[in-house]
Ligand binder design. Structure first.
Ligand code: IMP
Length: 436
């Protein structure tokens, strides 16, 4: 039975929620391996819409075990809100938190805002969820793991030491006032710790057991390749390894355990936050796509920046993730335009550049070179659903030509195509998790 990773190939918000939900409905175990409340998955489940920030997408399925992996930084308050929302909708999923996952605390939020402000032009436009400071603490060994968080005396002892240090940094370095006393934070957060304690268990052992028992295991990425702390466009990304390698370190499995790595590709580019986007559309076409696709951040509500599809990014994503398959999203959203463009490569100081350069400075100097494609017509909700039922051949021929061109250029086969928000709006070319 396969162990599969689903990653975003672009700047996050590729529509991973929908794709992961599709696979999660067939999986035995779903593991989130990176990030925290910065992520936002919107999942349409029947008549209901759910917004997940921490929770793995398998939470909507009774038979699925959902793991918050050790690679995550978890905001306990937000996580409890998500769990409570599901409980009040009558959904009681099986959730397990890694004792090695780190806790995001109030001073992380304050530092996130303060650091962004001081960075000026270098600011990444973070979600202000305390992600960077929490991962910085993890790397500096100033962090608090869940195993420590749920033991009151250890949490208290570490918080006492950390609170003093953070207070000095916030007030002394950033000249800001931090309102939470150690006692207040302890009281509020030890309550969260108590409530979350029953969810904490050794997830590494559970994942290995599932793999040994040949269960269908899905590793769910958050954000996208270009936001990866090592492989993304530093410093305009996030603070974790969002790429497929992060699935190993963020869950406790080795690379040899992974059978499939599926890259989610939105058929155009979008991103929130700062940094260069060579194919950015600051015109009516960009507005058309943004409005049609409802392209506003799930976590922050910010309007997403829109651009044409960028092949150098996808070629790069195929390499650094070791992609075995592509899952295309938003084929319906991109419909209704007469002509489309795809950036095939960049021109950078008279050089042809076919894969994302190392730094944002080089990328800023790149000019996109485009190939034009005829657009395809909008089939309407019923028409797309009908096409999904009939299969690949029912897609408009222009759409097929566009997708096949991308797949060929990237050198990775198409596994799945999404033509709408629901699970039923999906065309499957290769089924990695066949139903039992
Ligand atoms: P942070 O992860 O909140 O520190 O934000 C760092 C950068 O990553 C910012 O440009 C964010 O907009 C972006 N980012 C973080 N999480 C997501 C996500 O889930 N989708 C899209 N962009 C994200």
């Amino acid at each position: 039975m396969p162990v599969a990773v689903v990653v975003g190939t672009q700047w996050g918000d590729e529509g991973k929620g929908k794709i992961v939900d599709y696979y999660a409905s067939r999986a035995d175990m779903v593991i989130r391996y990176c990030g925290g409340a910065n992520a936002g998955h919107t999942i349409v489940h029947g008549e209901k819409k759910f917004k997940f920030h921490h929770l793995p997408s398998g939470c909507l399925y009774r038979r699925t075990t959902n793991i918050l992996g050790n690679g995550m930084v978890v905001d306990p308050k937000k996580l409890l809100e998500e769990i409570d929302a599901l409980h009040s909708a009558g959904i009681r999923p099986k959730i397990i938190i890694s004792p090695r996952a780190h806790v995001v605390l109030p001073y992380h939020f304050v530092l996130d805002g303060a650091e962004e402000e001081r960075k000026g032009k270098m600011a990444a436009g973070t979600t202000k969820r305390g992600i960077g400071p929490a991962y910085a603490d993890k790397a500096a060994r100033f962090g608090i793991r869940f195993s420590e968080f749920i033991q009151p005396h250890i949490f208290r002892e570490k918080l006492r030491m950390l609170h003093q240090i953070k207070l000095r940094v916030i007030e002394g370095v950033y000249g800001m006032h931090f309102t939470g006393t150690e006692e207040e934070i302890y009281r509020e957060y030890s309550n969260y710790a108590q409530r979350l304690s029953p969810f904490v268990s050794d997830t590494t052992e559970l994942v290995h057991k599932a793999i040994a028992n040949k269960r269908k295991v899905l590793l769910e990425g958050a954000q996208g390749t270009m936001l990866d702390i090592d492989h993304g466009l530093y410093p305009y990304g996030t603070s974790s390894n969002t790429t497929a390698g992060g699935a190993c370190t963020g869950s406790g499995i080795g690379p040899t355990a992974i059978d499939e790595v599926i890259g989610v590709v939105k058929v155009y580019t979008s991103r929130v936050g700062t940094g260069p986007i060579p194919t950015e559309l600051s015109d009516t076409t960009g507005n058309f796509i943004r409005d049609k696709g409802g392209e506003y951040g799930t976590t922050t509500g910010r309007p997403r920046r829109i651009g044409w599809l960028d092949l150098p990014t996808l070629r790069y994503a195929a390499k650094v993730n070791g992609l075995t398959g592509l899952a295309f999203t938003r084929v319906d959203t991109l419909s209704g335009l007469d002509k489309l463009k795809v950036c095939t490569h960049y021109r950078c100081k008279d050089k042809k550049v076919v894969s994302t350069p190392v730094s944002y400075v080089e990328l800023e100097a790149c000019t996109p070179v485009y190939k034009e494609f005829p657009g395809w017509r909008d089939l309407g909700h019923v028409g797309w659903l009908e096409a999904a039922k009939k299969g690949y051949k029912a897609l408009p021929p222009q759409a097929r030509a566009y997708l096949e061109f991308i797949s060929r250029e990237v050198g990775v086969p198409i596994y799945l195509i999404s033509v709408g928000p629901g699970k039923e709006d999906t065309i499957v070319l290769k089924d990695i998790f066949k139903r039992k």
